[in-house]
Each structure stands twice: as structure tokens, then as C-alpha cells.
Design a protein around this ligand. Structure first.
Ligand code: NA7
Length: 533
């Protein structure tokens, strides 16, 4: 390409999801360009438009806090907003803060290459853009790259196949259809009860049953909204001081300190709390003590057996092989109740795995299922997938995919040694999904932007991190995950949801306050672990 055609900017932001949008706004005094794969803003809330998609953290929390007038003027219709409202909010923010002028839509980044001599990143996109910049902020999301297991025969199937993370904007009409649904994680649990209301038959292909608690979603109470708006500034601060950046109750008593009767009352209260995830915080030791955890598991199994009328189906729906919270706790709206519908059949694909798609449906090792539509909610190549699908080349022409071949290494989840001036938001080993994503994303963008501001101010051209800092961070991540029960489940947290994916624990489970403290300390102690040039 002719060098005259190459555009030069200060910062390239990859992705116009919630973190990317805030990064554009926060860095608006610089020359910023953002590349976005979709044709609209919102990231996760742009792509995941399947029926029933909604956030399972209260919307008054799961929203931006950087602008007081925005949080005062915006009204959420429900406690746990649905995808269309979240997308509407993203669009409102993009318009309100004039973000669109910086965003190039339908234009995914395909390659990032660091030019060591010039200390600049070359950014290449699918639409043919080539931009040179000082800093890249990869706001690529933790759950971006859909996982589609390589079942043979997809091309043979005569009906339609949908992945929930690539849902058609015009929606899907399931009326009169025989629907096969694969995947019983958070997504499947949200989508299926709605599909079951329309479909003639719904076959639920379950490999691992999920722990699920009711969301208790309802129209947002005006008094609750007024109370939040009167106290937003304080609440946002308080959120940052909690494990999950969310104001659920965090009791200090252990499950072992309670009598069986008290335990039951506490669990019942958590189940009915209408506060998503409260079951995981019913006692202080749910995620650290196997016996305490098992008490909560058994409570949920009892709930499942009391809701689902067919005892065989109820038993199959009871998770038995991993701790609650080990995979992300699912939040449902009528999921277990759905199995009492005549048109819903549960199929155990642990016992008889899916072999292939056929012309007329799905073949498991034992049976053929005749279907008109197949929906896959089979999750994501999470945390690393969005980054490793970009050809990223750092110092010495080293590729990020090679550096991460045995699992991702980072310092503070933000940078990778040998890939200077490249910052990630919600990168590997940050508290992604352990803590509320908009608030933590905003915090991380501020932390990153402060570093960029300081570099610009002091004239530093380049920031990198050391491999020993990466090792220290890996030790910290191992230490905190070693203390928790998360390691006893195969999930996207540890990459074991994808066959052959390597790496250890990819999510920081030490809590947001500790994460934040360690990030702040690193900077305040004279940029420990970082190297400037
Ligand atoms: P998840 O939570 O990764 O769930 C994916 C589901 O798909 C889960 O039930 C998997 O079963 C199932 N799956 C994946 N591969 C297969 C194969 N080969 N056969 C049968 N079943 C399979 O993704 P979600 O989209 O539901 O949720 C992701 C996050 O979005 C969630 O954690 C929230 O943070 C929001 P498995 O459990 O692996 O046996």
C-alpha cells in the first residue's frame, strides 16, 4: 500500500462493545479510531439477540457510571434488562457522546503487527484499512468467538441451524416446528422456555446439567429507581469494593456456623432473593469449602425435584458432578418448570453423545431425532478466542498465538510481554464474569487511559511488561484459584469447554477489590513489572 494512504492515529480501539465505547469516550482528546465487526454498537448485546437474552445483574448496576447525567436520565424498564433494551442503551450512549464518528462498522481487525523501529502498531482490517497507531486497546470481549463443535453432516441438514450468538436480527419463528436445542448453559436456559412456548416439540440435548436459580425479573420499581438515583455516586464506589462489583449481600458467616434449620431458611431466602447469584453468597464459604458448597448443591437439587414432575427427568436435570458456581451459575425464568410441558423432551447426550447432523435431524449414538430447526447454544472460545483469531505479531515477529500456545500469559490481565503498547480490557486472568462487566470494564479503561495519559505527558513512546511480572501474575492467579472450588468444574473459565484448548484458569477469582488493588499498586509503586522506553 502506498504510504500516503496509511492513516496515523494515536489509539486504535478494537471492538465497540461497552468497554470499547467507553474507551473511545475516555480517550476522546486523542485521535482515536475504533474498528467493530458488527454493524452496530453494543458487542455482546449486539450479537446475542436470541429470544430471552437478558442480563442477570440488576440493570441499575449493569450500566455506565462515568456520567452522572446519563445515569440520572436513563430509565431501565425491568430489573434485569432484555437484550433490546441493552442495545437501545448502547445506541443512546453512542449518540449522546458522539462516538459513531470514531467507529468503523462491519470492519473487523484481521492483523496487528508491531513495528519495533517506529514503535507503532500497524492495524489491518477486513475492509482493507491500514492504520498506524501508538496504542491499541483490545476491547474484544470475553465471550465473543462462538464455539461450534465440529459435528459432521451440518451441510446435510435440510432445516435451519442457528447459533445463539449469531441470531438473525429479524428473529426466528418456531411455530409448528420440531426444534432441537443443544446446550444448557446460561444462554440455553434463557432461550429455551421462550422457544418451548412456540415450538411444536422441543428436544433439549443436555450434556451437563446446570445449577440454576430464578431471576425474579420484574418491572423496575420506581421507588427502587429513585433510591438508586439519589445514591448513585456512593453505590458505584461501594460496588468497586465488593467481590463481584455488585451489591448482593456478602454475609460473613460460614455454612458450618448455622443450624440445619437456619441454613434452610438462609438458602430459601437466597433462592427467592430476586437478586441473581445470591445463592453463591448465601454463606461466606460457598466457593471455598466443599461441604458448604455441597449443602447449596443439595438445596438446588431438592428444588429441581420439587419443580419437575417427572422424577426421571428431574434426576437427569440434577447436577451431581461439580460444585455450584464451578461453572457459572445460571439464572432462569421458568427453565425447570418448562420440563413439565408435554412438548418438551430431555435427551441425555452424556450417555449417548451426538454423533452427527443428518438430512432430517440429529443422530446420537443411540437414536435419530427428526427436527426442523437446530439451535446451538454451545458457548464460546472464551477469554482468548477473540484475540487469537486476530493475527497479532509483537516484538521479534513473535505471534500471540504461539506465545499463548500452552495457555494465555499476561500481566494483570492487561498486557503481554513482547507486545508493547497493546492493552486488553477484560483480558485473560481478569475478573471477567466473576464481576459485573460494565463497571469493571469502565474501571479498567480508566486505569489503562491513565497510563496512556502519563506516557503522552512524559513522552514515553513504549510500555512493555517483563516476563517475570507475567510469572508473578500467573502465580497470583493460581494461588487464588487454588483457594476456590472453581477448579473442580470443566468450564469456559478454564478452557475445558473446548476440546484440546490448553491453559489453566483464565479468570481471576480473587475478587475485584484485590484485583483493583494489585493493579493500582503496580502503577503507584513506580510501575512495578512494566518497562518504559
Ligand atoms: P456455556 O456456559 O459455555 O454453555 C455451553 C453449553 O453447550 C453447555 O451446556 C455445554 O455442555 C454445551 N455443549 C458444548 N459443547 C457440546 C457438545 N459437544 N455436546 C453437547 N453439549 C455441548 O455457554 P453459554 O452461551 O450458555 O454461556 C456463556 C456465558 O454467557 C455464561 O457463562 C454467562 O457469562 C453469559 P457442557 O457443560 O460443556 O457439558
Amino acid at each position: 500500500m502506498n504510504s500516503a494512504e496509511i492513516e496515523t492515529v494515536d489509539v486504535v480501539v478494537v471492538g465497540a462493545g461497552f468497554s470499547g465505547m467507553y474507551a473511545i469516550h475516555r480517550l476522546r482528546d486523542y485521535k482515536v479510531v475504533c474498528f467493530e465487526a458488527g454493524d452496530g454498537v453494543g458487542g455482546t448485546w449486539y450479537w446475542n439477540r436470541y429470544p430471552g437474552a437478558r442480563v442477570d445483574i440488576e440493570s441499575v448496576e449493569y450500566s455506565y457510571g462515568f456520567d452522572e447525567s446519563l445515569q440520572q436520565e436513563w430509565s431501565w424498564p425491568e430489573y434485569f434488562s432484555a437484550q433490546p433494551d441493552l442495545e437501545r442503551y448502547a445506541n443512546h450512549v453512542a449518540d449522546r457522546f458522539n462516538l459513531r464518528q470514531h467507529i468503523r462498522f462491519s470492519n473487523p481487525v484481521t492483523r496487528l503487527a508491531f513495528d519495533e523501529a517506529r514503535e507503532r502498531w500497524n492495524v489491518y482490517t477486513e475492509a482493507g484499512d491500514h492504520v498506524v497507531c501508538r496504542f491499541v486497546i483490545a476491547a474484544t470481549g470475553s465471550l465473543t468467538a462462538p464455539n461450534s463443535p465440529p459435528w459432521p453432516g451440518r451441510e446435510k441438514f435440510c432445516g435451519d441451524i442457528y447459533h445463539t450468538a449469531r441470531w438473525p436480527a429479524e428473529g426466528v419463528d418456531f411455530s409448528g416446528k420440531r426444534v432441537g436445542f443443544i446446550g444448557t448453559g446460561s444462554t440455553g436456559i434463557q432461550a429455551m422456555p421462550i422457544i418451548a412456548r412456540q415450538a411444536k416439540e422441543l428436544y433439549v440435548f443436555q450434556r451437563t446439567p446446570a445449577y440454576c436459580m430464578p431471576s425474579g425479573n420484574r418491572p423496575l420499581d420506581k421507588e427502587h429507581e429513585r433510591d438508586w438515583k439519589a445514591n448513585y455516586a456512593t453505590r458505584r464506589e461501594q460496588m468497586l469494593d465488593t467481590y463481584g462489583a455488585s451489591l448482593v449481600e456478602y454475609p460473613e458467616y460460614s455454612a458450618h456456623d448455622c443450624t440445619p434449620e437456619d441454613r434452610e431458611k438462609i438458602l430459601e431466602k437466597a433462592w427467592n432473593s430476586k437478586s441473581a447469584f445470591q445463592l453463591l453468597f448465601a454463606f461466606s464459604d460457598v466457593m471455598t469449602d466443599a461441604e458448604a458448597n455441597e449443602m447449596v448443591c443439595e438445596f438446588v437439587r431438592r428444588k429441581i425435584r420439587s419443580i419437575v414432575k417427572n422424577p426421571k427427568t428431574a434426576d437427569l436435570l440434577c447436577p451431581k458432578t461439580y460444585p455450584i458456581g464451578g461453572k457459572r451459575l445460571c439464572i432462569g425464568n421458568g427453565y425447570f418448570e418448562m420440563f413439565n410441558q408435554e412438548n418438551v423432551t430431555l435427551v441425555d447426550v452424556r450417555d449417548s453423545p451426538i454423533k452427527e447432523f443428518t438430512e432430517t435431524g440429529l443422530l446420537t449414538e443411540r437414536d435419530q431425532y427428526e427436527l426442523d430447526v437446530i439451535v446451538t447454544a454451545t458457548g464460546f472460545d472464551a477469554v482468548t478466542g477473540a484475540m487469537t483469531r486476530i493475527d497479532i505479531e509483537g516484538c521479534g515477529q513473535r505471534k500471540l498465538v504461539d506465545k499463548w500456545a500452552e495457555g494465555p500469559s499476561t500481566y494483570l490481565g492487561a498486557m503481554v510481554a513482547g507486545f508493547p503498547n497493546l492493552f486488553m480490557i477484560h483480558g485473560p486472568s481478569t475478573p471477567a464474569a466473576q464481576a459485573q462487566m460494565i463497571t469493571t470494564g469502565e474501571w479498567q479503561v480508566n486505569w489503562t487511559a491513565d497510563i496512556i495519559d502519563e506516557m503522552m505527558h512524559k513522552g514515553h513512546a513504549r510500555i512493555d511488561v517483563t516476563e517475570s511480572a507475567e510469572q508473578e501474575w500467573a502465580d497470583e492467579v493460581d494461588m487464588v484459584s487454588g483457594l476456590s472450588l472453581h477448579k473442580f468444574a470443566d468450564s469456559w473459565y478454564n478452557g475445558k469447554n473446548i476440546e484440546g484448548k490448553k491453559g489453566g484458569f483464565m479468570v481471576y477469582v480473587g475478587g475485584f477489590p484485590r484485583f483493583r488493588l494489585l493493579c493500582e499498586e503496580a502503577v503507584q509503586s513506580g510501575y512495578k513489572g512494566f518497562v518504559f522506553a
